[in-house]
Design a protein around this ligand. Structure first.
Ligand code: IYR
Length: 222
């Protein structure tokens, strides 16, 4: 099967055990510094950084390689404002009516509320859309597979790429997010998956004092 046409030799960097171990450590130390930031500076970040981070996301594995994603990189102040106003309206509903007491209690340590100034302050809002269907050659609908898994992986890679490049991020999911289709002119076969807010942290930004579970609480080796 892998001798069939349409195959190409794998490019793969083979490392010795020590190099693997060192690389694994270094990447862990890099990634564990990533924090969700809610206080952004308006200082610009080069567009090329965002482009390469989106290229990285677009290199993610996906069901049948359907690449069921679309990234809207919003830089326009007018569009950011529209998104902020629409998101804050949904968030007011959420905090005042929709959220259960249990959910509000779980969120309390984060100190979040319906105000989302970062949606205007940060230089980029990367809005990720999930495509349940793609458009085929003749404009016909083609079903995509494992779309949530695929877009989740791509989003994780986007966050890692941005963090690696020194860009702070926030994963933001106002709910419902359908308003993003109309503001950004995306078709009905695409579902807003997440807003990744990207930029530099404001001077003196603070984050919740939370911690991650240690290895023995999240994994077992069998
Ligand atoms: N979307 C709301 C609430 C919220 C929900 C979860 I789960 C979070 O981890 C953080 C916030 C908001 O953005 O405020």
């Amino acid at each position: 099967m892998s001798h069939a046409e349409g195959f190409t030799p794998l490019k793969f960097e083979r490392l010795d055990g020590d190099s693997m171990t060192a690389r694994a450590r270094a990447f862990y130390h890099l990634m564990k510094q990533r924090r969700s930031v809610r206080d952004f500076s308006a200082v610009p970040v080069p567009r090329a950084v965002i482009e390469d981070a989106v290229r990285t996301a677009g290199s993610a594995p996906s069901g049948a390689n359907m690449q069921p994603w679309h990234f809207c990189v919003v830089e326009s102040a007018a569009l950011k404002r529209e998104i902020r106003l629409a998101a804050e309206a949904e968030e007011r509903e959420f905090y005042e009516r929709r959220a259960s007491e249990e959910w509000l209690d779980a969120l309390a340590p984060l100190g979040t509320d319906a105000q989302k100034p970062f949606l205007e302050t940060a230089p980029y809002l990367i809005v990720i859309f999930l495509k349940k269907f793609s458009e085929g050659e003749q404009g016909e609908q083609r079903k995509n597979y494992y779309t949530a898994e695929s877009v989740g992986i791509a989003t994780g890679m986007l966050l890692a790429a941005l963090h690696n490049a020194g860009v702070a991020t926030l994963t933001h999911t106002p709910s419902p997010m359908k308003f993003l289709n109309s503001i950004l002119g995306r078709p009905a076969n695409e579902r807003p998956y997440m807003i990744v807010v990207a930029g530099l942290p404001a001077e003196g930004a603070r984050v919740p004092a939370i911690s991650k579970k240690p290895l023995d609480q999240i994994a077992e080796f069998l």
